[in-house]
Design a binder for this molecule. Sequence first.
Ligand code: NAD
Length: 439
Amino acid sequence: MPAADHADLYYDSQVKTIGKDGNEITTVGFDRFGFNCEVPLNALRSLYLRPHYVNTAIAHKGANGASAQVAKVDEEHAYFASDGNAEYQSKSIYHPDSNSISYTTLSRFPPVTLLPPNQRKRVLVTGGAGFVGSHLVDRLMLLGHEVTVLDNFFTGSRTNVSHWVGHPNFELVRHDVVEPFMIECDQIYHLACPASPPHYQANPVKTIKTSFLGTLNMLGLAKRTKARFLLASTSEIYGDPEVHPQPETYWGNVNPNGIRACYDEGKRVAETLTYGFHRQDGVDVRIARIFNTFGPRMNPQDGRVVSNFIIQALRNEDMTVYGGGKQTRSFQYIHDLIDGLIALMNSDVVEPVNLGNSDEFEIGNFALVVRDIVADLQKKDPSEYRIVDRPMPKDDPQRRRPDTTRAKEMLGWQPRWTVEMGLGEMVRYYKAKMVEGSI
Ligand SMILES: NC(=O)c1ccc[n+]([C@@H]2O[C@H](COP(=O)([O-])OP(=O)(O)OC[C@H]3O[C@@H](n4cnc5c(N)ncnc54)[C@H](O)[C@@H]3O)[C@@H](O)[C@H]2O)c1
């Protein structure tokens, strides 16, 4: 099948995104609090749902069977070179015979809004090469702001933002936030911190240093530059909650010396520090308590439940649930989170705000939802996938669901994406990465 037909297959018919309200989603973001963060969904998608190898060496040589090879590669990829975005795709050449790649840089960047200087913000995103950070960067870049990413690449990757490297509005700096950093900026999104249990437990002392010293350094920078500072906090500060769902007024139930404490207590002290700078030095602060979020560019090796299930199903491995699968989680899609972070940053809400999706799933049932979506994409029968049960890890919370009343009332924000729609997009992304050989 020619590539163009595959563009139709992946885009027109399968990628119609129907939101929670039943209407099709064609843009994300909104114009609120004097900051317009609305961009077409396809502009964003062209940055993550795209083939990295547009050409193959075989096609160049014009060898026999070349078109079949190219069609195969295109067929397996989530194909988003349509919609006028093709000229901003990588033109790197893949050599299937030696499984090697000749990288080329982009000759053109995706179009970004031309903002007048008084509207263009200088935004620092720490942890901007990670999962959440890279989506925030995409949005801020498309909107025409100047973005500096600070990252030590512990869990993040340059490839998450490589499509902006060289752009005049973009700067990528390798730096560890436990060391001070000087820059002039208007807003700081402080996201740098490993977020998944295997990564934050790998070096618990470093995790606490990142949370404490990293936040201290970035708050010091905010104080000096008078930048507005937003901390990416977490639902983990509620621990294993006794109150359900969790409102921001709940103080949490955290084990201070368990294996998750380096992250949970680290974020709690980061919040304390943030309000210390606010009360003592008048730093303008925002705190987002982020609940489980998923989407493309999530590190597939980091052991989080959504990526685990999808990768296992795509590889036809057993899908593992723990402790009977009765524990509940809620999952929000990445674009909803980015909407919420930008709305919060530009609002005047100083209190902590929960950002999450309140649709609650038992993990066992969630595995079934993922299985059905993967089976549908792979054109297989769901009965071909096996779900197995393993003992529960230590300190794993039983229930977690946000009370998002504050975000709704104060920011006018609520999730628009259904979990199923987000999962469909993420499954296509991981499948493309697998075919590419990058996961
Ligand atoms: N994804 C979620 O579900 C979720 C939920 C709650 C909170 N959060 C918070 O959001 C933020 C981003 O999470 P994510 O899911 O994108 O994780 P991620 O691991 O993909 O991104 C974290 C980024 O921070 C960088 N980093 C880590 N330590 C650093 C250091 N010392 N100096 C500089 N950079 C450093 C990593 O290299 C990575 O790029 C984190 O602060 C996390 O605690 C995420």
